[in-house]
Design a protein around this ligand. Structure first.
Ligand code: DON
Length: 616
């Protein structure tokens, strides 16, 4: 995926390229003779976002050898092979403040100071598990291929050139063998190291390698994992502290991003979680870092305020909306008496809609919100519909929050978590009680959870919720009818039973009846029952189907029995006949239907205003 139109990001990179193309400070490296042949004016920049979008300018597809930029990636491979503890016995992680090719080994242990200087890098290459030197190099090439998304090749001219002249690195290899940091033939390991340094890359490759690290080790274009997630921070840490050699302090001070340079003129910088940027310009300074690349990174960091030690504060945005059940109840249509009770006690049920990316700080602000006032709450619903990602720490904190809430007697539910499978996995790994996990994730939607919370409120209040209603007077439709009219209506109604899952109304069917629910619960489904969207549900003592009953239109939704249900059916033809035979009764019923619709419309308006007004 590449940008087809200039964006402000692209324009900024274009301008930087134009601005620094004239800089001619520094020298092309010559100690590897083949590198001296490089055109010094080449200049490319590529930025790859952590979701795999590339911005490119200049010679961003010109190939050069990766050189020292290979070191953090091979270190990652060795970490994946052996783990952190073992690798720390082979090389430290302390900045040496030395040049890249310094023969700086710890005097007592012979251990190199870090894996970014040549000594540490050769020690690291020696740790890549393999049956033979060829196997080692092929594993290294395959690992690079995971980061770039295509097969990699070695520039044999540069490799031959370094092989012929790399005596200093050979000396380092022998010293490492002497201190038993390398266990076998140092010549073969140094040879593998020369080959890894001679892998051909371009800026887009570097940027994507950086984006893969920024994306917790997964190539965002191919989806392939290039390094274990746990080792990404180890790799980026050594890049941050040692990646630019004896300029590492100045680099992190000015640019504030982990980075690695190569002597052929490449620089790769990573903004963790956000992007990788690859720059190529062969003129390097005395520390071995590309002069133009350094300027580009400084400007990018300054202009876009990317210094890692001064990140923007963002937790504010993690709460999208919060409301109580008194302000907005579920889509369950209830008898007015029940509804009044839900409204009166609804402040004891609270919904928090969360949004964005949940890590420590964004989660902390949610926890604070949920806890404040939780003393009076009987139940709390955390709605994750608008959450894009939850990291492990956030999941564990949320699990701890749920534990604390439940222990204090507050029913707690996490809803709309289908897009976040890792949240449930992490909570399940953190909690041993599988029943408690099931309870926490019991409801897929906030509406279902709210319905449960309302029923729970109703169970605890003084007003008993009847499980069946036989008296017509309990229905809104009967309000204002006298005894004779009630008897008349009763004669007109026919009883009908439905079993759980039966269709009461099918979408597109002709409307022939109004349904008064005498017992059970019915659900209204906009799509297929169970898979579509459940628009509403109806309790005992309410009526369903009045829309099409009134205007004669075909049914707009399926209505399904959600338990065993008994209804009284009021035939539309009987209702119409009443207009002639009993006009007063007809008018009263019509008015009652209008009142019922007005109540529903008022609720819809209230929902819209609650759901839109509070959004931050
Ligand atoms: O070992 C060497 O000298 C080269 N293959 C790599 C050195 C390097 O890239 C230093 N970086 N600026």
């Amino acid at each position: 995926m590449t940008a087809s139109h200039p964006s402000p990001i692209q324009s900024f990179l274009d301008a930087l390229h134009a601005r620094f193309a004239g800089v001619r400070d520094g020298q092309v490296a010559t100690y590897i003779p083949e590198l001296a042949k490089t055109d010094p004016d080449l200049f490319g920049i590529c930025l790859a976002t952590a979701d795999g979008f590339l911005y490119e300018v200049g010679d961003s597809r010109h190939e050069f050898t990766v050189q020292s930029i290979s070191k953090p990636f091979v270190y990652g491979l060795a970490l994946d092979d052996h783990g952190v503890e073992h690798m720390l016995t082979k090389t430290g992680v302390e900045p040496s403040g030395d040049a890249f090719n310094a023969i700086s080994l710890h005097t007592a242990t012979g251990r190199p100071f870090n894996p970014m200087i040549n000594a540490g890098a050769i020690a690291t290459t020696g740790q890549v598990k393999a049956d033979s030197p060829q196997h080692r190099v092929s594993r290294i090439l395959a690992m690079f291929g995971c980061y770039t998304g295509h097969p990699m090749r070695i520039d044999s001219a540069v490799f031959d050139s370094e092989s012929r002249t790399g005596h200093r690195n050979r000396a380092i290899g022998h010293l490492l063998r002497n201190f038993e940091i390398l266990d076998d033939d140092p010549t073969a390991t140094v040879d593998s190291y020369f080959q890894q340094c001679s892998i051909a890359v371009h800026c887009a490759d570097l940027a994507l390698m950086g984006a893969t690290l920024a994306n917790q080790g997964v190539n965002p274009v191919t989806g392939a994992r290039a390094i274990e997630e746990a080792h990404v921070e180890n790799v980026l840490s050594v890049m941050a502290s040692c990646g630019m050699y004896d300029f590492s302090g100045g680099w992190i001070y000015n640019v504030g991003m982990p980075a690695k340079s190569g002597v052929s003129g490449g620089v790769l910088a990573v903004l963790p979680g956000q992007f990788g940027i690859g720059i190529f310009s062969p003129r390097i300074d005395e520390q071995g870092n590309s002069v133009r690349a350094l300027k580009v990174c400084q400007e990018v960091s300054r202009a876009w305020e990317l210094h890692q030690f001064n990140p923007p504060y963002c937790p504010r945005s993690s709460r999208r909306l919060s409301y109580s059940c008194a302000e907005r109840n579920s889509s369950r249509i209830r008898h007015p008496r029940e509804l009044a009770c839900v409204r009166d006690n609804g402040s004891r049920v609270r919904v928090f809609e969360i949004q964005g990316n949940l890590a420590f700080a964004t989660t902390e602000s949610i926890i604070r919100d949920v806890i404040s006032g939780s003393g009076e709450q009987r139940s709390v619903i955390l709605d994750f519909h608008h959450v894009t990602a939850v990291n492990g720490a956030a999941a564990r904190l949320l699990a701890d929050l749920a534990t604390a809430m439940v222990q204090r007697g507050t029913a707690t539910f996490f809803t709309h978590t289908q897009g976040l499978p890792s949240l449930r996995q992490q909570v399940a790994a953190h909690w041993t009680d599988a029943v408690a996990v099931d309870r926490l994730f019991r409801f897929s939607t906030t509406d279902l959870a709210l319905e449960w919370c309302e029923d729970d409120l109703l169970r605890t209040t003084a007003i008993p919720v009847p499980s069946r209603v036989d008296d017509l007077r309990a229905f809104e439709i009967a309000a204002g009818l006298n005894e004779q009219e009630l008897e008349l209506l009763d004669v007109l109604l026919t009883r009908q039973r439905y079993s759980l899952g039966d269709f009461i109304i099918r979408r597109d069917a002709e409307a022939t009846n109004l349904f008064l629910i005498m017992s059970g619960v019915v659900g209204v489904w906009l799509g297929e029952p169970g898979t579509g969207s459940r628009a509403a549900s109806f309790s005992v003592g309410t009526m369903v189907g009045e829309l099409a009953f009134l205007d004669g239109a075909r049914r707009s939704a399926h209505v399904v029995a959600e338990s065993d249900v008994e209804c009284s059916l009021f035939d539309v033809a009987d209702f119409l006949r009443l207009q002639e035979s009993h006009p007063r009764t007809h008018a009263t019923i019509l008015r009652n239907l209008a009142v019922s619709l007005a109540t529903k419309l008022r609720k819809a308006n209230n929902d819209v205003s609650i759901l839109s007004a509070q959004r931050s």
